[in-house]
Design a protein around this ligand. Structure first.
Ligand code: ZN
Length: 150
């Protein structure tokens, strides 16, 4: 059996190499920039929300593999979700990244978010991975100013 951490690492590399929904949106209902000065990661999250449903979500920007992969996984996971569901996914991702979800079955239940669980072992990289999520969270709550992880 191959090591789970290897699988997670491969998922991160794959999302970095071919990020999903990596494009600027024409007419977003919300968009917000997030910045992680610790690493230099800079992302913009675009949202098209209608009747409380995330009809479309995309991102642009430049950053390290982890920041990009995390944003890619996030957009993959949230398209078609309601704002309330997105909030729940945000908390699950946050728990995953901060190592609060430890049980292997609980981790696997989270689908592709599981790829983020390996990052909790690298404290220096957690802000890279949470950047997209914090930016999304702020955008859903109506923020307009650039979000910084510091
Ligand atoms: Zn980074």
């Amino acid at each position: 059996m191959s090591n789970l951490n290897d699988i997670y690492q491969e998922m991160i590399l794959d999302h970095n190499k071919s990020p999903r929904n990596f494009k600027q949106m024409e007419n977003p209902t919300q968009h917000l920039e997030g910045y992680n000065p610790l690493c230099g990661d800079k992302l913009t999250i675009y949202l098209c929300i209608k009747d409380d449903i995330i009809e479309d979500i995309s991102f642009t920007g430049s950053g390290c593999a982890i920041s990009k992969a995390s944003a890619s996984i996030m957009t993959d996971k949230l398209k078609g979700k309601t704002k309330l569901e997105a909030e729940a996914v945000f908390h699950a991702a946050h728990d995953m990244l901060t190592g609060k979800i430890k049980d292997k079955d609980d981790i696997l239940k989270q689908g592709n978010l599981a790829a983020l669980s390996g990052i909790s072992q690298f404290p220096m990289r957690i802000k890279c991975a949470t950047l997209a999520w914090h930016t999304l969270h702020a955008a859903l709550n109506g923020a307009h100013q650039t979000i910084s992880t510091e």
